[in-house]
Design a protein around this ligand. Structure first.
Ligand code: WT7
Length: 636
């Protein structure tokens, strides 16, 4: 077994070594993996000015040999994946490590037969079905760079990502289940690909048995392609710093950026953080409810658990179908021992009758996790008391798409787990709080911008096709540090509490959107001249999206006109991004509060959206202070 922390003393010792002797520390952690060749240097590169961290440079490996082949001798018959379908009446599927290995090899052979080569980018737009997990690993097996696009994103979003990644291959399905609904998928891809001339091949998995249009010469069915392919597939040998995947995420500018993670560093980080945070044991049944389309699904549904040889549950459905007891039913059914979900899911279930949870035993549970946004105290206590029955430690895990894996969190049952605190940093993570001018704030009971002082194996390597953007976003704001975009507080005991984003990023149900990104989408509507989007506190989603919009012909006067404008705005967002980014509130306005230099004063818009209209601060620098009165009066 790899180095594993089991006591608070071991945590402190590991932490200290990771700071004082990072090379020795990480060499020991990396030792037990399967390497085709060991590294020349453990760490190299720099945050500033180049932003070019490297880990285990010179090493050669394939991550799927570490996820699969390595386990065959000892764990060949152990369950790797349990797949629980959307509809509880449909039988679940279980795959042992041997079976998953076989399926990944077959899919990898299909990829190779269809021309996928090492380094090619492959867009994966698949619902949460077993073939999604298999497809991701198959890409890694042949050395292709996977870029999973969450299956709720729109055709435009797929097209943007496909073109940005210059992908020639797309993997998709006919349709998907989402609670009581069935939703077409292939037709969304078809629409997207009208603007992606570079795509040569689309491989379609049959899931719902729906009719789809197959374009001759471009589209093939997976079930046809997989006939007669071999059950084994030699893994491509990759360099440590070759890209493993691209995952698009939102920032403060309009266009989502392709976060790139590498092979070796990501592997070591996903594995180390998974085993230590959740304190995984051989017989655990681990369930992360995130979709593989997000980084949480990459690191903690797929790679982390498989690297550690654990049993990971993949759930196709939603928490409320067929009833708001579904999560708890699945936990009892599969004897889940470690459960990792998002505060928004907890809050939505808290709002339903308590019998939905009390009628399940939940005795198998041992560890609970939370991710994606700050968990409020009320939700923490409900989770602790009603799900964990007061006996399961909660790990509130802070991290980001860019960090590859968990950065600040309790280690279950070992380091302190306090409501509304992510807790202490993992070994290898050196968080600091910075002032606006970039000086470090020392001591406890302090608040500032959260930054990381030294490289760790999972750090973002670049933004696809535009390294300068990565450099400017993460490494240039405070030279020598990785800048997180979050504000944080270090409490009197040195535990970190994440306050939230300090940039123009909104966190809606644990999903990141840039305000500029949503504004760009809204502005696509014919009705719209200009818009400004802010976040506001939302009971279930954490933050809701509040849009202030100026319409083409001034303020609409009739209800019908208002409805039409709002419908058109929503339609534009759904088309540009997807349903997940729909504004919760739209306020049509005749003007926006702008300074004389034309800058929108978002501070005021945020206050109005939050309902704090009595204290708007200084409005004297505004071009037209009357606009503010109108906005306050028309608040939604
Ligand atoms: C942003 C990253 C990490 C995977 C899921 C989201 C917020 C994430 C926590 C937490 C408070 C959190 C931060 C961060 N966030 N986890 N435990 N407590 N805030 O990944 O989409 O890259 O978003 O989510 O604001 O910067 P992401």
């Amino acid at each position: 077994m790899h180095p594993r922390i089991r006591t608070i003393e071991e945590y402190h010792a590991a932490y200290q070594q990771s700071v004082e002797d990072p090379d020795g520390f990480w060499a020991a952690v990396a030792e037990p993996f399967t390497w085709r060749r060991k590294w020349d240097t453990v760490r190299s590169g720099e945050f500033s000015p180049a932003g070019n961290s490297k880990w285990f440079d010179g090493a050669r490996l394939n991550i799927t040999e570490n996820c699969l082949d390595r386990h065959l001798a000892q764990r060949g018959n152990k369950l790797a994946l349990i797949f629980e379908p959307n509809d509880p009446k449909v039988r679940h599927l279980r795959l042992t490590y041997r079976e998953l290995h076989q399926q990944v090899c077959q899919f990898a052979n299909v990829l190779r037969n269809n021309g996928v080569q090492k380094g090619d980018r492959v867009i994966i737009y698949l619902p949460m079905i077993p073939q999604l997990a298999v497809a991701v690993l198959a890409c890694a097996r042949v050395g292709a760079v996977h870029s999973v696009v969450f299956a709720g994103f729109s055709a435009t979003a797929i097209a943007d990502r496909t073109n940005d990644a210059d992908a020639r291959f797309v993997l998709t399905a006919d349709g998907l289940n989402r609670g009581a609904k069935q939703i077409p998928v292939k037709s969304v891809v078809d629409e997207a690909l009208e603007s992606c001339p570079g795509v040569r091949r689309v491989i379609v998995v049959e899931h719902l048995g729906w009719p789809v249009t197959m374009r001759e010469g471009r589209d093939v069915w997976y079930h046809d392609e997989v006939k007669d392919v071999a059950l084994t597939c030699p893994a491509e040998e990759m360099a440590a710093e070759d890209p493993l995947f691209i995952l698009y995420t939102s920032g403060s500018t309009g266009k989502p950026k392709g976060v790139v993670h590498s092979q070796a560093g990501y592997m070591v980080w996903a594995d180390y953080t998974f085993r230590n945070v959740f304190q995984v044991e051989e017989n655990d049944v681990y369930w992360c409810t995130a979709d593989i389309g997000w980084v949480t699904g990459h690191s903690y549904l797929l790679y982390g658990p498989l690297l550690a040889g654990a049993t990971s549950l993949q759930f196709e459905g939603v928490p409320t179908f067929p009833s708001p007891g579904r999560f708890w039913e699945v936990i009892d059914k599969h004897h889940v021992t470690i459960f990792y979900t998002a505060p928004t899911a907890i809050r939505s279930l808290m709002a339903t009758p308590i019998d939905n949870v009390l009628s399940y035993s939940l005795t198998s549970l041992r560890v609970l996790g939370s991710v994606g946004e700050p968990i409020n105290e009320e939700a923490w206590h409900w989770y602790h008391q009603h799900v964990g029955k007061g006996r399961c430690p909660i790990v509130d895990t802070w991290w980001q798409t860019e960090t590859g894996g968990i950065m600040i969190s309790a280690l279950a049952g070992i380091t302190p787990s306090v409501p509304a605190r992510a807790g202490l940093p993992l070994p290898g993570v050196q968080p600091v709080l910075l002032n606006q001018d970039g000086t470090e704030i020392e001591g406890n009971d302090q608040e500032g911008y959260l930054a990381i002082k030294a490289s760790w194996p999972g750090v973002i390597r670049t933004t696809w096709g535009d390294h300068e953007r990565a450099r400017q976003t993460y490494f240039q704001p405070y030279p020598g540090y990785y800048f997180t975009g979050d504000g944080a507080r270090r409490d009197e005991n040195g535990l970190y509490r994440i306050i939230g984003r300090v940039d123009d990023v909104i966190n809606v149900s644990g999903h990141r959107f840039g305000t500029a990104e949503i504004e760009n989408a809204i502005n696509q509507s014919d009705y719209v001249v200009e818009s400004a989007v802010v976040g506001y506190p939302h009971d279930v989603k954490g933050q809701g999206i509040y849009a202030y919009v100026i319409c083409q012909n001034g303020l609409p006067t009739s209800d019908l006109e208002i409805q039409r404008a709002e419908a058109s705005i929503i339609e534009a967002v759904v088309a540009e991004i997807g349903k997940i980014a729909k504004p919760d509130k739209i306020q049509l306005v005749s003007g926006l509060p702008k300074t004389r230099s034309g800058k929108i004063m978002r501070r005021i818009l945020r206050k109005v959206a939050e309902g704090e209209t009595s204290n708007l601060g200084d409005v004297t620098t505004l071009l037209d202070p009357l606009v503010v009165e109108e906005i306050v009066a028309g608040r939604k």
